[in-house]
Ligand binder design. Structure first.
Ligand SMILES: N[C@@H](CCC(=O)N[C@@H](CS)C(=O)NCC(=O)O)C(=O)O
Length: 191
Protein backbone atom coordinates (compact mmCIF):
# COMPACT_ATOMS: atom_id res chain seq x y z
CA UNK A 1 0.00 0.00 0.00
CA UNK A 2 1.47 3.35 -1.04
CA UNK A 3 -0.48 6.49 -0.39
CA UNK A 4 0.95 9.63 -1.97
CA UNK A 5 -0.34 13.07 -1.09
CA UNK A 6 0.35 15.94 -3.44
CA UNK A 7 0.01 19.19 -1.55
CA UNK A 8 1.51 22.37 -0.24
CA UNK A 9 2.74 22.99 3.30
CA UNK A 10 0.69 26.21 3.55
CA UNK A 11 -2.46 24.56 2.22
CA UNK A 12 -5.25 24.23 4.78
CA UNK A 13 -7.05 21.68 2.61
CA UNK A 14 -3.89 19.58 2.42
CA UNK A 15 -3.57 19.73 6.20
CA UNK A 16 -7.08 18.24 6.51
CA UNK A 17 -5.72 15.20 4.66
CA UNK A 18 -2.63 14.99 6.90
CA UNK A 19 -4.89 15.04 9.98
CA UNK A 20 -7.15 12.35 8.51
CA UNK A 21 -4.18 10.12 7.64
CA UNK A 22 -2.74 10.62 11.12
CA UNK A 23 -6.01 9.74 12.84
CA UNK A 24 -6.29 6.60 10.71
CA UNK A 25 -2.65 5.69 11.43
CA UNK A 26 -1.71 5.55 7.76
CA UNK A 27 1.82 6.05 6.44
CA UNK A 28 2.13 8.15 3.29
CA UNK A 29 4.53 9.80 0.93
CA UNK A 30 4.32 13.51 0.41
CA UNK A 31 5.00 15.50 -2.76
CA UNK A 32 5.21 19.23 -2.23
CA UNK A 33 3.79 21.11 -5.21
CA UNK A 34 4.29 24.80 -5.82
CA UNK A 35 1.86 27.13 -7.58
CA UNK A 36 3.65 26.61 -10.91
CA UNK A 37 3.51 22.80 -10.67
CA UNK A 38 -0.24 22.71 -10.09
CA UNK A 39 -0.97 24.94 -13.08
CA UNK A 40 1.14 22.89 -15.46
CA UNK A 41 -0.75 21.21 -18.32
CA UNK A 42 0.55 17.83 -17.13
CA UNK A 43 -0.77 18.27 -13.56
CA UNK A 44 -4.12 19.58 -14.80
CA UNK A 45 -4.47 16.76 -17.34
CA UNK A 46 -3.46 13.89 -15.05
CA UNK A 47 -4.23 14.98 -11.49
CA UNK A 48 -6.48 17.92 -10.71
CA UNK A 49 -8.53 19.51 -13.54
CA UNK A 50 -8.86 22.74 -11.50
CA UNK A 51 -5.12 22.96 -10.80
CA UNK A 52 -5.33 22.69 -7.02
CA UNK A 53 -4.03 20.68 -4.08
CA UNK A 54 -4.57 18.29 -2.40
CA UNK A 55 -4.51 15.33 -4.73
CA UNK A 56 -4.12 11.74 -3.56
CA UNK A 57 -2.86 8.59 -5.20
CA UNK A 58 -3.52 5.32 -3.38
CA UNK A 59 -1.81 2.49 -5.24
CA UNK A 60 -3.00 3.92 -8.55
CA UNK A 61 -6.45 5.04 -7.38
CA UNK A 62 -6.49 8.79 -7.87
CA UNK A 63 -8.77 11.32 -6.22
CA UNK A 64 -8.99 15.09 -5.62
CA UNK A 65 -11.13 17.38 -3.41
CA UNK A 66 -10.15 17.26 0.26
CA UNK A 67 -13.49 16.15 1.71
CA UNK A 68 -13.88 13.42 -0.93
CA UNK A 69 -10.31 12.27 -0.24
CA UNK A 70 -10.94 12.23 3.51
CA UNK A 71 -14.19 10.26 3.14
CA UNK A 72 -12.46 7.79 0.81
CA UNK A 73 -9.66 7.22 3.33
CA UNK A 74 -12.15 6.73 6.16
CA UNK A 75 -14.32 4.36 4.13
CA UNK A 76 -11.37 2.28 3.06
CA UNK A 77 -9.09 2.29 6.10
CA UNK A 78 -11.05 3.15 9.23
CA UNK A 79 -10.47 0.47 11.86
CA UNK A 80 -7.54 -1.15 10.06
CA UNK A 81 -4.67 0.63 11.87
CA UNK A 82 -6.22 2.57 14.75
CA UNK A 83 -9.49 2.51 16.63
CA UNK A 84 -10.28 6.12 15.75
CA UNK A 85 -13.79 6.39 14.33
CA UNK A 86 -14.23 9.38 12.03
CA UNK A 87 -17.50 8.25 10.43
CA UNK A 88 -19.57 5.94 12.63
CA UNK A 89 -21.20 2.87 11.09
CA UNK A 90 -24.55 3.68 12.70
CA UNK A 91 -26.64 5.29 9.95
CA UNK A 92 -28.07 8.04 12.15
CA UNK A 93 -24.73 8.93 13.74
CA UNK A 94 -23.10 8.99 10.29
CA UNK A 95 -25.87 11.26 9.00
CA UNK A 96 -25.17 13.75 11.77
CA UNK A 97 -21.46 13.70 10.92
CA UNK A 98 -22.42 14.45 7.30
CA UNK A 99 -24.77 17.20 8.43
CA UNK A 100 -21.97 18.92 10.31
CA UNK A 101 -19.52 18.43 7.43
CA UNK A 102 -22.04 20.32 5.34
CA UNK A 103 -22.30 23.00 8.05
CA UNK A 104 -18.50 23.27 8.08
CA UNK A 105 -18.38 23.65 4.29
CA UNK A 106 -21.28 26.07 3.95
CA UNK A 107 -21.23 28.26 7.03
CA UNK A 108 -17.75 28.00 8.54
CA UNK A 109 -14.82 27.42 6.21
CA UNK A 110 -15.99 29.40 3.19
CA UNK A 111 -17.06 32.51 5.14
CA UNK A 112 -13.78 32.32 7.09
CA UNK A 113 -11.73 32.05 3.88
CA UNK A 114 -13.47 35.16 2.54
CA UNK A 115 -13.04 37.09 5.78
CA UNK A 116 -9.41 36.10 6.30
CA UNK A 117 -8.37 36.91 2.74
CA UNK A 118 -9.99 40.34 3.10
CA UNK A 119 -8.27 40.87 6.47
CA UNK A 120 -4.90 39.90 5.03
CA UNK A 121 -5.44 42.21 2.07
CA UNK A 122 -6.47 45.03 4.43
CA UNK A 123 -3.47 44.38 6.69
CA UNK A 124 -1.07 44.75 3.79
CA UNK A 125 -2.79 47.89 2.53
CA UNK A 126 -3.03 49.54 5.98
CA UNK A 127 0.59 48.76 6.71
CA UNK A 128 1.52 50.68 3.57
CA UNK A 129 -0.96 53.50 4.27
CA UNK A 130 0.40 54.04 7.79
CA UNK A 131 4.06 53.72 6.86
CA UNK A 132 6.11 56.31 8.77
CA UNK A 133 3.10 58.08 10.31
CA UNK A 134 0.56 57.78 13.12
CA UNK A 135 -2.54 58.91 11.23
CA UNK A 136 -3.77 58.21 7.74
CA UNK A 137 -3.41 61.75 6.41
CA UNK A 138 -0.43 62.59 8.63
CA UNK A 139 -2.41 64.58 11.22
CA UNK A 140 -5.53 63.25 12.98
CA UNK A 141 -8.47 63.84 10.65
CA UNK A 142 -11.98 62.83 9.68
CA UNK A 143 -10.44 59.86 7.86
CA UNK A 144 -9.19 58.38 11.17
CA UNK A 145 -12.44 59.29 12.90
CA UNK A 146 -14.51 57.39 10.37
CA UNK A 147 -12.49 54.27 11.06
CA UNK A 148 -13.39 54.39 14.74
CA UNK A 149 -17.00 53.11 14.95
CA UNK A 150 -16.34 49.68 13.47
CA UNK A 151 -12.99 49.35 15.19
CA UNK A 152 -14.68 50.24 18.46
CA UNK A 153 -17.58 47.89 17.70
CA UNK A 154 -15.26 45.03 16.92
CA UNK A 155 -13.27 45.50 20.11
CA UNK A 156 -16.10 46.23 22.53
CA UNK A 157 -19.30 44.75 21.25
CA UNK A 158 -18.45 41.75 19.13
CA UNK A 159 -16.82 40.10 22.15
CA UNK A 160 -13.44 38.40 22.36
CA UNK A 161 -11.99 41.87 22.88
CA UNK A 162 -8.41 40.59 23.38
CA UNK A 163 -8.59 38.78 20.09
CA UNK A 164 -9.97 41.77 18.25
CA UNK A 165 -7.49 44.19 19.80
CA UNK A 166 -4.68 41.93 18.61
CA UNK A 167 -6.24 41.50 15.17
CA UNK A 168 -6.95 45.19 14.73
CA UNK A 169 -3.57 46.30 16.01
CA UNK A 170 -2.17 43.88 13.49
CA UNK A 171 -4.32 45.48 10.80
CA UNK A 172 -3.57 49.07 11.66
CA UNK A 173 -7.13 49.76 12.80
CA UNK A 174 -6.08 49.29 16.41
CA UNK A 175 -3.22 51.67 15.82
CA UNK A 176 -5.66 54.33 14.71
CA UNK A 177 -7.85 53.68 17.74
CA UNK A 178 -4.96 53.75 20.18
CA UNK A 179 -3.75 57.03 18.76
CA UNK A 180 -7.12 58.70 18.96
CA UNK A 181 -7.97 60.52 22.17
CA UNK A 182 -10.14 58.26 24.37
CA UNK A 183 -12.62 61.09 24.92
CA UNK A 184 -13.21 61.25 21.20
CA UNK A 185 -13.96 57.55 21.11
CA UNK A 186 -16.32 57.68 24.07
CA UNK A 187 -18.20 60.63 22.65
CA UNK A 188 -18.85 58.52 19.57
CA UNK A 189 -20.37 55.76 21.66
CA UNK A 190 -23.80 57.35 21.74
CA UNK A 191 -26.83 55.06 21.68
N1 LIG B 1 -12.35 22.40 -2.76
C1 LIG B 1 -10.95 22.09 -2.84
C2 LIG B 1 -10.16 23.35 -2.59
C3 LIG B 1 -8.69 23.15 -2.88
C4 LIG B 1 -7.93 24.45 -2.84
O1 LIG B 1 -8.48 25.55 -3.06
N2 LIG B 1 -6.64 24.35 -2.60
C5 LIG B 1 -5.80 25.51 -2.56
C6 LIG B 1 -4.76 25.39 -1.47
S1 LIG B 1 -5.48 25.38 0.16
C7 LIG B 1 -5.04 25.61 -3.88
O2 LIG B 1 -4.69 24.64 -4.47
N3 LIG B 1 -4.79 26.85 -4.31
C8 LIG B 1 -4.01 27.10 -5.45
C9 LIG B 1 -4.71 27.92 -6.49
O3 LIG B 1 -5.90 28.22 -6.30
O4 LIG B 1 -4.06 28.26 -7.47
C10 LIG B 1 -10.61 20.99 -1.81
O5 LIG B 1 -11.35 20.87 -0.80
O6 LIG B 1 -9.66 20.26 -2.04
Amino acid sequence: MTITVYGHSASTFTSAIFHTLKELGLPYEYKQKNSEDIKSPEYIATKHPFGRVPFLDDDGFQIYESRAIARYLVNKYQGTKTSTVLIPSDVHKAALVEQFISVETSYYTHPLIKMLSQLILAKNIYEKLLEGKDYLAGEFSLADLLHIPYTFYAINIAGESELWINALTFLGGGRILVNVNVGKILSLNIN
